[in-house]
Design a protein around this ligand. Structure first.
Ligand code: P6P
Length: 331
């Protein structure tokens, strides 16, 4: 790749040519998500300051506006950007009890896609300046185009995703996505306000010596998870694994996607079926992970083959380097 900067918009446009029948609607949707990410990123940058000032004066800012929590802010930004995109007929969000259909407020009646998202995962880390992220998953609607969305549009297995990605707001702001033809990553160049290609065709190393889990739950993990963690900590006299756990799934996932490793959120005493959400956390990250050559399993099969029954259902998740997921599954 020449030294020339390739922006997200240029990349999406170029890749669209690879799909001769692509009508540009999915491309438009991805660009809209990129815009929403830039807006969220702008306001996150002030989070520590805003929280500090607001913490001292109560719940209104110096303009007298009601201050929304940043995850509510991110949620509203994503909803508005997707509602006005014209390509999305409805959304489901971790912040909303049920899905939102746009059919009554949309000028367009031919929107083909629905988007599920966690607007700001790991938001409890904001006030300590740790990385947080937006995770999104895109499906083609299954209900008739032009009418209201139905729950069936959203309760599709992960294998039906047409695109998925995340934005990580950390020391730099990055957007990684897949449309099923590999994973590409972009870093926000704040000086020009553009996401620029920085991680073309990402592939996760098959093996690595990093594992991520909340070790504090070790006592309540299943025997097979304990066996795997004991293996990581022993490594037969060689250098043991490193435990890396930020407590923000996007950040832990992102590190392992690029450098290799495994992220585990097994069943625990307080969350026997797992804590993380299937539809807008585990499925999109599983799509990315498989596209990057890794694996994503729940202990009984591929995450993406789970047939969903509820919008906010949780799942156990083991995701990362193929060799490490396979080692864990050996039990
Ligand atoms: P625990 C953040 O609250 C989150 O949803 C994920 O981002 C993160 O991986 C996980 O929960 C951390 O959970 O129980 O280890 O604090």
């Amino acid at each position: 790749m020449s030294g020339r900067i390739i922006t997200l918009d240029e990349f999406i446009f170029e890749k669209q040519k690879d799909f001769p029948y692509a009508s540009g609607e999915l491309s438009g949707l991805l660009r809209d998500i990129g815009v929403a990410a830039k807006i969220v990123n702008r306001d996150l940058g002030k989070a520590g300051l805003v929280d500090h000032i607001i913490g001292q004066t109560g719940t209104t800012n110096i303009q007298g506006e009601e201050v929304k929590k940043l995850d509510e802010f991110a949620n509203n930004i994503l909803i508005e950007c997707l509602k006005t995109s014209g390509e999305c007929c409805g959304v489901a969000s971790e912040e909303e009890d049920t899905f939102i259909s746009f059919h009554e407020s949309q000028r367009y009646s031919n929107a083909k896609y629905v988007v599920l998202f966690d607007p700001l995962d790991g938001s409890s880390n904001i006030d300590v300046g740790a990385p947080v992220g937006t995770i999104f998953s895109i499906y083609k609607r299954v209900s008739p185009i032009g009418g209201a969305c139905t729950i069936e549009d959203f309760l599709q297995p992960g294998t039906a995703q047409v695109a998925a990605g995340y934005v990580m707001y950390g020391s730099s702001t990055m957007l990684f996505y897949t449309t099923g033809a590999g994973v590409n990553g972009f870093t926000l160049d704040r000086s020009i306000g553009e996401f620029c290609l920085s991680h073309p065709d990402v592939k996760t190393p098959v093996m690595a010596k990093t594992y991520s889990c909340n070790q504090g739950n070790y006592a309540t993990f299943s025997p097979s998870v304990k066996t795997f963690i004991d293996y990581c900590q022993s490594s037969d006299g060689k250098k043991p694994f490193s435990l890396r756990y930020i407590g923000s799934m996007v950040a832990d996932f992102h590190r392992n996607l690029i450098k290799g490793g495994i992220f585990m959120y097994p069943g625990t005493a307080s969350a026997p079926k797992g804590k993380l959400r299937l539809m807008y956390e585990c499925n999109p990250l599983a799509f990315l992970q498989e596209q990057a050559g890794g694996k994503a399993d729940w202990g009984g099969g591929r995450i993406m083959e789970i047939v969903p029954t509820e919008l906010h259902q949780r799942t156990i998740v083991y995701i990362g380097s193929a060799g490490l997921v396979e080692k864990l599954m050996e039990g």
